[in-house]
Design a protein. Structure first.
Length: 359
């Protein structure tokens, strides 16, 4: 009925498939796939970078970025919960011989500037060479504001470090921030990137492509990145079938991310209301306010035991992870809104939960 597990599950639309079907193709390892060259140029121009490179996944564009910035024995400052540190199988250490320096996140998803400064190692043979700061935006669905992005970029420059944005969902941040800055989402995304040496942008999440990520940076960085992509097995051939989807997504699917944000707001408000009204949910379900397309709800293990099978049996899919809170153990459910979740599906899901037995 509704698959909230991730914005990666979206199916390419008929129009996107048509664009893939019609794409002009070459061999991207020979650098002559016209559609891929066009996507790379289009995105670099849109976001204010010199060049771009298409790769199979965001994990790979992040890894390529870190390996492009760092030598063996260099160090990268990351967040404890960040994808680059926690969700990429330790790739930077395993394949790049790069040491991660993880920092605790603040509740707003930022790394405190004082913590970053304290983590930068002096030039001393005892220490790894701190080389790069990675920032993730959005992070757990939270938006890092433009002022903070600028502060980190300035700090990196002052300290002689490179800085990279893991912007798997950067467009969600841009869509959320654009109105208050009176910019288009595209202009907003460009502002968020200003001062950064590289960006990884996922096409296969909210933008709705079946495959692919882009790495953006200087000509020099992308030159190094190309060799690393080949080394990692990410050099692909008739990539135009995939990059045509990317071009389609960047031209048609950015503004509509606002619908996903509105749907997650509707879901969160509806769940909060049900949690306040229904005896079987009271004290057992708390909703964390969404900023973009991701809603988290924490439920007690007792409720989880009944609610999760109920949702599953009615075709509502979510992901769940265990966590410890001040109130005891909880299951954190993650509800991601995306291209293939309509407002009607959100409302049906709320109706389903309002009919959850035990009222
Ligand atoms: C999804 C994601 C990635 C990349 O994931 P892939 O599945 O490898 O494309 C990177 N960073 C963040 C923050 C993500 O959410």
């Amino acid at each position: 009925m509704a698959d909230f597990r991730s914005d990666t599950i979206t199916q390419p639309s008929a129009a996107m498939r048509q664009a893939m079907h019609d794409a002009a193709l070459g061999d991207d390892v020979f650098n002559d796939d016209p559609t891929t060259l066009e996507l790379q140029r289009y995105t670099a121009d849109m976001l204010g970078f010199e060049a771009a490179l298409f790769a199979p996944s965001g994990t790979q564009t992040n890894l390529i970025a870190m390996m492009s910035h760092c030598q063996r024995g260099d160090e990268v400052i990351v967040g404890q919960q960040w994808h680059t540190y926690k969700w990429e199988a330790g790739g930077m250490a395993v394949l790049g011989s790069i040491q991660p320096q993880p920092l605790e996140l603040q509740s707003d998803g930022t790394l405190a500037l004082a913590d970053i400064i304290a983590a930068i190692k002096p030039d001393d043979p005892h220490f790894a060479r701190t080389r790069l700061i990675v920032i993730e935006n959005t992070v757990g669905g939270k938006v890092l504001p433009l002022s903070y992005m600028r502060e980190v970029a300035t700090l990196a420059k002052d300290k002689g470090l490179a800085c990279h944005i893991d912007g798997a969902r950067l467009m969600n941040a841009a869509v959320a921030l654009a109105p208050q800055h009176k910019l288009t989402p595209q202009q907003m995304a460009r502002e968020l990137c200003q001062g950064y040496d590289s960006l990884s942008l996922c096409l296969s999440k909210g933008l709705g492509c079946p495959v692919g990520s882009l790495l953006l940076g200087s000509h020099d960085l992308i030159g190094r990145a190309k060799r690393l992509r080949k080394m990692l097995g990410g050099g692909m051939r008739q990539t135009g079938v995939l990059t045509a989807a990317g071009l389609y997504a960047l031209k048609h699917n950015i503004e509509r991310l606002a619908d996903d944000h509105a749907n997650s707001r509707c879901l969160a408000d509806g769940l909060s209301e049900l949690a306040a009204q229904q005896p079987n949910l009271q004290q057992q379900l708390t909703v964390i306010e969404p900023q973009t397309n991701i809603v988290f709800t924490d439920i007690t293990p007792a409720l989880a035991e009944r609610l999760l099978p109920y949702l599953t049996s009615h075709g509502v899919k979510v992901t769940a992870s265990h966590l410890q809170t001040h109130f005891g153990p909880r299951l954190r459910l993650r509800w991601v809104c995306h291209l293939d979740i309509s407002r009607a599906q959100v409302l049906q899901t709320l109706t389903l939960i309002s009919q959850f037995p035990g009222n």
